[in-house]
Design a protein. Sequence first.
Length: 210
Amino acid sequence: MIYYQIIGGSPFGQNCRIYVNEVTKEAAISDPGASARAIAQMIDKNGLTLKAILLTHMHIDHVGGAKELCELTGAKIFGSAIEDALLMENFSTQASMLGLENPGFFETQYLCDNEVFTPISDMELKVISTPGHTPGGICFYCEKEKFLISGDTLFEGSVGRTDFPLGSTEALINSIKEKLFALPDDTRVLCGHGPDTSIGEEKLHNPYIY
C-alpha cells in the first residue's frame, strides 16, 4: 500500500509530496522545491528510507532542494526529460528572476516518454512526456494507485504558464488533450500548485482546454 501527502514546498506555494510504502518504509519525493534539510530530518524521524527524488520539470521552485536532499539521503534523482537540460544550465538566470537561491548543477537520470520504472517497491510509474510549460516537462502516472503527478502541466481549473523562456502554449494544450485526457476519468491529479483534481473533472470544467 502506497500513501502520499504534501510535506512542503517553495516560497511560491509549490507542492512537494512524499510517497511511502507502508510495509517496506521506502519513500520517494516529488519536486522538492526547498527545505531539503527539514525533509531529510522528517524522513529520518519517521524511520523511512528515501530511495528516489522525482522531478517533473527543471524550474527551480520545483527542484531547489533536490541536490541537497540527494546529498543528505543518497536518494537517486529521476527526471525530467533531456529537453530540460538547458533550464538546468540556466539556474542562475532563474534564480535572479524569481529571487531564489541557485541550487547548482546536479546529476539526474533524464527520462523518456512511456518509460516505466519502480522508484520504490509497489509503486510502478509510467513517464508521460508533456512539453509546454517547459520543453522537457513530464508527468508520472501510477496506474495501480490511480494518480498522476502532474507538476505544472495541469491544475484544478487551469494549466501551467507558457510565458517563461522555452514555454509553448500549443505544446502544453496538445500534451493535456492528447496524453493526459487519455487517462481514466477517475485518475487523481496531484498538481504542482494548489489543490488536487481529477482527469474527469478537468475534461468537463477546465476553461483553458480548447
